[in-house]
Design a binder for this molecule. Structure first.
Ligand code: ZN
Length: 370
């Protein structure tokens, strides 16, 4: 899923492409993409608005729309904000109207200058919402979009100081990795930059947050800001389905641990480990990112329970690691889907072989009696 640097890159690209353009219409072929309106009502609510700018809050884009026209006295004439959550596979493109589109394009905003802003989303988890805008903050008017935007601190904001981060951490229970990815704690950090910042700060992803000492919190604060700033400069990490409107990023070539399991640590040369925490794969160096002694034993027990135990029938029983929730270690949801696909494929092959054999037997019988 695109994280802060990727969404920031898309916001900057889009700003250059569409700020100042007027929306003249909209269409949508998949109603769940629109959080706030049915497709026809959405088209009516955006038509006639100018795109005034594009920003970001956490992992979501904010597209600021002007009022429909003077005087700004009725509800439909308020300034608005369109929130866009790309989730796993959402992509935004600006193309001339008439450019061929595939079936994964779910929302199209038609612009007065003959171009279209298209939202393409293979897995359909992405969401857009249109709300009245608070002119002071650029965010939806208080109470209009409950739960839509992250509540956590913006890690690149001026007021996100090391002191403030240490204070936020001090009151928290739970593992560092899980906490960094909690959008109501910190907005915009996901799997890639949580792993990278913990490696840079030499902190173990399973470390209990409340045991982090002030100088460690300062290190993590610095690592978070550094890795996010570097990633924004490199236009993000082009992994999975992420592509920015005006081209891919290059941060994936500069990641130290993410998706480098088994490769040497860039600091000490030992192998990078991969475990699954809260359904997300987690990469770290067991040497550079050590746990305090007090926590080491508990985590060793958890990691031992990762070893699958098999019954006499060759099937494994339920594992501790398959418990859901943030405590779970085991397979990621993607890996679960792939494993289920493989099992279904095996079942299909077995059924096909049986059917073919039955057909051959029937043919042989028919031949024998003819
Ligand atoms: Zn290392």
């Amino acid at each position: 899923m695109p994280e802060l640097p990727e969404v920031e890159t898309i916001a900057r690209d889009l700003r250059g492409l569409v700020a100042g353009s007027r929306i003249v219409g909209a269409r949508s072929n998949w109603p769940p993409t629109l959080r706030s309106h049915a497709p026809e009502a959405f088209a009516g609510a955006v038509a006639g608005r100018d795109i005034e700018g594009v920003g970001r809050r956490g992992k979501q884009l904010l597209i600021w729309l002007g009022p429909v026209g003077p005087p700004a006295d009725a509800d439909g004439t308020r300034p608005a904000v369109l929130t866009v959550h790309l989730k796993m596979t959402g992509q935004l493109f600006v193309v001339p109207a008439g450019t061929p589109e595939d079936r994964h394009v779910h929302v199209v905003l038609a612009l007065a200058d003959g171009r279209e802003l298209r939202f393409r989303d293979m897995r359909k988890f992405g969401r857009m919402g249109l709300y009245g805008r608070d002119p002071a903050t650029g965010l939806p008017v208080e109470g209009e979009a409950p739960g839509v935007l992250a509540a956590g601190a913006e890690p690149l904001a001026d007021d996100f100081t090391a002191r403030r981060f240490a204070a936020l951490l001090a009151g928290r229970r739970g593992r560092l990795k899980t906490l960094l990815m909690n959008q109501d704690f910190l907005a915009g950090v996901g799997n890639i930059y949580a792993d990278e910042s913990l490696w840079r700060a030499r902190l173990h992803p399973l470390r209990d947050a409340h045991t982090v000492r002030p100088e460690e919190a300062r290190r993590l604060h610095g690592a978070l800001r550094d890795v996010l700033v570097e990633a924004v400069e490199r236009r993000g990490s082009s992994v999975d389905d992420y592509t920015a409107t005006e081209g891919d990023g290059s941060m994936q070539e500069h990641l130290a641990v993410y998706q480098r399991a088994g490769e040497p640590c860039l600091r000490c040369g030992r192998s990078i480990h991969r475990i699954v925490v809260g359904g997300r794969s987690t990469h770290f160096c067991g040497w550079c990112q050590r746990l305090p002694a007090a926590q080491r034993k508990a985590v060793a027990a958890v990691l031992r329970s990762e070893t699958p135990s098999r019954g006499p029938d060759g099937r494994r029983g339920p594992r501790w690691t398959e418990l859901s929730g943030e405590g779970a270690l085991g397979r990621t949801p993607d890996e679960e889907v792939r494993a289920a696909d493989r099992a279904a494929e095996r079942a299909r092959r077995v059924a096909a072989t049986r059917k073919a054999a039955a057909t051959r037997r029937a043919a042989a019988r028919a031949g024998g009696t003819a």
